[in-house]
Design a binder for this molecule. Structure first.
Ligand code: FAD
Length: 355
């Protein structure tokens, strides 16, 4: 039986843990923080909006990966312990001009996905909002995950499949086939998977030098009040809205290289100003806002694959870690069990930044 140690219990580490355990590996997940999850936790996964929006990078060479990952979310959710934390109700994209909306519609249809043009009245009936623009689009293939619900459901699912989940366990030494925590616990492994988000310390970077290419980008999110339930996600210039199980969130700012997690009122105000410009008087603050640090790679796509002796990396998922978690788990599982790696998967190798 393959022994796998995963470092990091964010969405990437947990999704890989469940996938590997289901495939027959003996999995241990080490998480430096405690298990009291909230939007104020250090992990990006807890602070995120959780949108599953595969068509936002539709013109990238990696676009297929995003669509495949979205399809895996749909395929894996029925019956999962976290199924009530995900919804697939599409998205309304508000454009400034008709030609912009038409060009976007053509791109979505070229990707083989369903979309339709909407006018302002149709947006109002579909999403309960009255936009200033008459140029909008409905995209069918989009969804949203409630991060805290899905993370706790995944932890349950992991334990049910025999995964050993160790909290307050900072991986300090990563050597050939062994990981040692700050408390001196030793974990032997045939494969070690590094999923530390934006928080790789020196020992992790020494084990997998490609991790030095993952930087932090701070993002703010605010909980908002709307007059009516929203259902589909909303995208527009400078903001998005997503309705989760218990709140509706407005996101998200982008501040590269900022690692402090305090709420900066001017960043939150900029998000509300962007929403006000398109949806006047409709997006109201609740007074709740928070910030997280995204693990960002130089091209915005993750580093997935071998990165040192016995070491695999699954990091740098940037703005799309929630969306890309299932495909990441598939790829990591293929590396661990030495199955075929498609050219599209190989293109995400951490080595692409090392030459
Ligand atoms: C404001 C905001 C909005 C976002 N919105 C979306 C969205 O709508 N859709 C989307 O797809 N993505 C979104 N993202 C991005 C997404 O959240 C991230 O890409 C994703 O959560 C990264 O997951 P991760 O597991 O790699 O990292 P994290 O969630 O940060 O988890 C990494 C974990 O590793 C642990 N760790 C680090 N070092 C060690 C060590 N040495 N030993 C043990 N444990 C260690 C850390 O404590 C941490 O808990 C958003 C992010 C932010 C901040």
């Amino acid at each position: 039986m393959k022994r796998v140690v995963i470092i990091g219990a964010g969405i990437i580490g947990l999704m890989c843990g469940v996938r590997l355990a289901k495939a027959g590996a003996r999995v241990t997940v080490l998480e430096a923080e405690g298990d009291n999850l909230s939007v104020f936790s250090a992990m990006a996964s807890a602070a995120a909006a959780g949108m599953l929006a595969p068509l936002s990078g539709a013109d990238s060479v990696h676009a297929r990966i995003a669509l495949d990952s979205f399809d895996l979310w749909r395929a894996w959710s029925p019956g999962a312990a976290w199924a009530d934390g995900v919804r697939f109700e599409g998205a309304v994209v508000l454009h400034e001009t008709g030609p912009e909306a038409q060009a976007h519609l053509a791109r979505v249809q070229q990707a083989g996905r369903a979309a339709a043009a909407l006018n302002a009245g149709q947006v109002r009936r579909r999403a309960g909002l009255a936009p200033r623009t008459d140029a909008a689009l409905f995209i069918e293939d989009e969804g949203v995950a409630d991060p805290i619900r899905v993370l706790s459901g995944l932890a349950m699912e992991a334990r049910a499949h025999g995964v050993s989940l160790r909290y307050d366990a900072d991986a300090r030494i990563i050597a050939a086939n062994v990981v040692v925590t700050h408390a001196g616990e030793r974990h032997e492994a045939d494969a070690i998977v590094l999923a530390p988000g934006a928080w790789a310390h020196e020992a992790l970077v020494t084990a997998a030098p490609a991790l030095k290419h993952v930087g932090g980008v701070k993002g703010h999110v605010a909980a908002v009040q709307l007059e009516r339930a929203l259902h589909p996600n909303i995208h527009a210039a400078g903001f998005y809205l997503a309705e989760r199980r218990e709140d509706v969130v407005l996101g998200a700012s982008m501040e590269p290289g900022v690692y402090t997690r305090n709420v900066a009122p001017e960043q939150v105000a900029a998000l509300f100003a962007a929403a006000e410009a398109v949806l006047p008087g409709q997006v109201k603050p609740t007074g709740r806002a928070w910030a997280g640090i995204r693990p960002m790679s130089p091209d915005g796509w993750p580093l997935i694959g071998p990165a040192g002796p016995g070491v695999l990396v699954a990091a740098g998922h940037s703005r799309e870690g929630w969306l890309l978690a299932p495909i990441t788990a598939e790829i990591i599982s293929a590396y661990v069990f030495e199955s075929a790696i498609s050219p599209a998967w190989a293109a995400l190798s951490p080595a692409r930044f090392e030459s």
